[in-house]
Design a protein around this ligand. Structure first.
Ligand code: GLC
Ligand code: CA
Length: 463
């Protein structure tokens, strides 16, 4: 049995990992093709972000069909091949389950819109206020109202994220059964790990206006979240002791994490928390430029390390994922101390108590994008906020500077494999620009260099 406390996870964002058919879009075969590289690093698991059928408004976090693979990524046969090949190398697969919401293309939502009461209950529809305005003043995480009006129904539906990502109603037991079924399906395909997307938002509390914030206190770590997770555990992954799970916890509290990831709570193996990645925000406000508060960063890491340990709960430890800028650019140095600072940051993560996660490209010190124009950005959150910042009165230049620093696309440019065109990521036209520094920063040049960042990570993983 693998002990998740002794494991390391490598995160793959498949669309930016490796493209095998020249359409500029990474695919499952691309992951299979690079398994030896991953094996070389020595990790135990790969977490892959969603590759299920999706219209891709939020790069696959808008799932239209949980049981099938989006043709852009390949086929079920490709997945099975990947699973077999990974197993041969002793690597286990962790899938990304997005259950707080579906895509608006999902057949459940389509049925709901067509007036089917059963499916309407799968989502959160509410009447507007007396004056016809939205039920509450909550804001979507991607900007604007969290409610969308449906004229035919004269009702609004809740979407904490994109308007094409309606929130599921977890208070409906039928929804919880559907979710359990999806998890069991992928377990039957040999999957040994799950990451649950924004899973602490599934239990909504009061539908009230928030005059202190953007509404998050009414739906974060909600009243039934622990009960729902215990149930999911008992009805699905908890039946296989080998499975490890991690919950993505948005704006959570430590007390809740003691329970989400407590040794005896039968919820999840561990949690991702984000407080340490807000030290260059203004409170919860990401779209500002403020200097990184390194003292605060240390304080947060310390208090979570101590708090979680005392309460027998387990952390996932990480600097980066597909939603974050590159750590070497953010907390280290892209210039003179590029290599040293990348290794320093690696040492911190791998020295902490918790299961370390390495995000693709981090192990070779990849940096933020070198984009100079907004048209090069792809992320819906960045594009929305670029507009919102200008509506607030910022100049184009100032708005752009903020996007450059904070955009999720910083972590989404293609993996830099070698010094060939597009860093060897594709033979076609990449869906998003490759950083021009691929000639200097690439995997090939580091594999056989004993002093490279890659080989430093390799030692840390082994340790
Ligand atoms: C998580 C994902 C992010 C996605 C959001 C909505 O934060 O990591 O990429 O946009 O949830 O599903
Ligand atoms: Ca492809």
């Amino acid at each position: 049995m693998t002990d998740f406390r002794k494991s390391t996870v490598y995160q793959i964002y498949p669309r930016s990992f490796y493209d095998t058919n020249g359409d500029g879009f990474g695919d499952l075969k691309g992951v299979t093709a690079k398994l030896d590289y991953i094996k070389e690093l020595g990790v135990d698991y790969i977490w892959m972000t969603p590759f299920f059928v999706s219209p891709q408004y939020d790069n696959g976090y808008d799932v239209e069909d949980y049981y099938n693979i989006d043709p852009r990524y390949g086929t079920m046969e490709d997945f099975e091949e990947l699973s077999r090949e990974a197993q041969k190398r002793g690597i286990k697969l962790m899938l990304d389950m997005v259950f707080n919401h579906t895509s608006s293309n999902h057949e459940w939502f389509q049925k709901a819109l067509a007036g089917d009461e059963k499916y309407k209950n799968y989502y959160i529809f509410k009447k507007g206020k007396e004056d016809g305005s939205a039920p509450t003043n909550w804001e979507s995480k991607f900007g604007g109202s969290a409610w969308e009006y449906v004229p035919e129904m004269d009702e609004y539906y809740l979407h904490l994220f994109h308007v094409k990502q309606p929130d599921l109603n977890w208070d409906n037991p039928k929804v919880r059964k559907e979710v359990q079924k999806v998890v069991r399906f992928w377990m039957s395909k040999g999957v040994k790990g799950f990451r649950f997307d924004v899973v602490n938002l599934i239990s909504k509390d009061k539908f009230e206006d928030d005059f202190e914030g953007d509404g998050r206190r009414f739906y974060t770590d909600g009243p039934n979240v622990h009960q729902y997770l215990k149930e999911l555990n008992a009805e699905s992954f908890g039946q296989d002791a080998e499975i490890i799970t991690v919950g993505e916890m948005s704006s959570t509290s430590m007390e809740n994490c003691f329970e989400y990831a407590g040794e005896d709570s039968h919820e999840l193996s561990m949690v991702f928390i984000f407080h340490h990645l807000k030290v260059d925000f203004m409170g919860n406000e990401k779209w500002v430029l403020v200097p990184t508060d390194f003292q605060k960063l240390k304080d947060i890491l310390f208090s979570w390390q101590i708090g979680m340990a005392k309460n027998h709960a387990w952390n996932a430890v990480f600097w980066c994922n597909h939603d974050q800028p590159r750590p070497v650019s953010r907390f280290g140095d892209e210039g003179k101390y590029w290599k040293k600072s990348a290794k320093m940051l690696a040492t911190i993560i791998h020295g902490l108590r918790g299961t370390p996660y390495i995000y693709q490209g981090e192990e070779i010190g990849m940096t933020n994008t070198d984009f100079t124009d907004i048209s090069q950005f792809r992320d819906v959150e960045s594009l929305n906020h670029y507009e919102i910042l200008q509506q607030k009165g910022l100049s184009k230049e100032d708005a752009f500077r903020i996007i450059q620093i904070h955009s999720r696309d910083n972590g989404r440019t293609p993996m830099q494999w070698n010094g060939e065109n597009y860093g060897g990521f594709t033979k076609g036209m990449p869906w998003i620009g490759v950083n021009e520094n691929y000639t200097k920063i690439n995997a090939q040049s580091q594999l056989h260099d004993e002093t490279s960042i890659f080989n430093y990570y390799k030692k840390l993983v082994a340790l």
